[in-house]
Design a protein around this ligand. Structure first.
Ligand code: CDP
Length: 227
């Protein structure tokens, strides 16, 4: 399929909808580069928390974003590693404290501008599957393939709870559900680049699907379009 397939693939959706796993597996199958834009916002949030920076201080956050080298690297198994000034922070950016604070950082317009530039640069040099909240609407509005993955709040909370407990985090299903709910609300209600489907995105409810079914559906939809 890669021979005829041209153009970037945008995957957006709320927390825990399975975007990252689906995007990563899809990218592997079609030999595209996977870019996890949430990891970029998480990395900046992690660094700001480590440095004790006031997350409401837009100037300091922007200066931090400008002066810090945050990079994504693809491992052999297709997983993404995240580095900040050479340090591997892949696990650290998934900590609950980062999840609780990332939406505050992500609503700062100048931070978003910097991220947007980096994300567009990456998409200009490679064919990418990029996942996030505003990829189809703002980052890659001309992407020929746009998907919006969603699922019921209950199902998304259950999936995230399983991920976190598997990683050794001490959380309850109720807390995870509440945090996801709050973060989606903040991401959907912010002024700049809120979480919402692009008008031309295909919306897929993955509540009753496993990850392989999601990837197969994405591949089939892409194949149909390029036929
Ligand atoms: O993996 P999960 O669904 O929990 O979230 P993520 O993709 O790691 O994104 C973390 C946070 O970064 C989101 O809740 C948004 O606040 C922000 N984000 C964003 O604003 N725009 C993006 N394109 C990607 C993430």
């Amino acid at each position: 399929m890669t021979k005829e397939l041209r153009g970037n693939i945008a995957i957006d959706g709320p927390a825990g909808a399975g975007k990252s796993t689906a995007a990563r597996l899809l990218a592997q199958k079609i030999d595209y580069l996977y870019i996890d834009t949430g990891a970029m916002y998480r990395a900046l949030t992690w660094l700001a928390l480590c440095r004790g920076i006031d997350l409401n201080d837009a100037d300091k956050l922007c200066a931090l974003a400008e002066s810090t080298d945050i990079s994504l690297a693809c491992r052999e198994n297709g997983d993404i590693s995240v580095y900040c000034c050479g340090e591997d922070i892949t696990a650290a950016i998934r900590q609950a404290e980062v999840s609780r604070n990332v939406s505050i950082v992500a609503r700062v317009s100048r931070v978003r501008k910097q991220m947007l530039q980096k994300q567009r640069q990456m998409a200009a040099t490679d064919q990418v599957v990029m996942d996030g909240r505003d990829i189809g609407t703002y980052v890659l509005p001309d992407a020929p393939f746009k998907f919006f993955l969603t699922a019921s709040l209950e199902e998304r909370a259950r999936r995230r709870y399983e991920e976190l407990t598997a990683a050794g985090e001490d959380v309850t299903l109720e807390t995870v559900k509440e945090e996801i709910f709050q973060r989606d609300k903040e991401d959907s209600q912010r002024e700049i680049a809120p979480l919402k489907p692009a008008p031309d995105a295909t919306i897929i409810d993955t509540s009753d699907m496993n990850i392989n079914e999601v990837v197969t559906m994405l591949l089939n939809l892409i194949k149909e379009r390029i036929r």
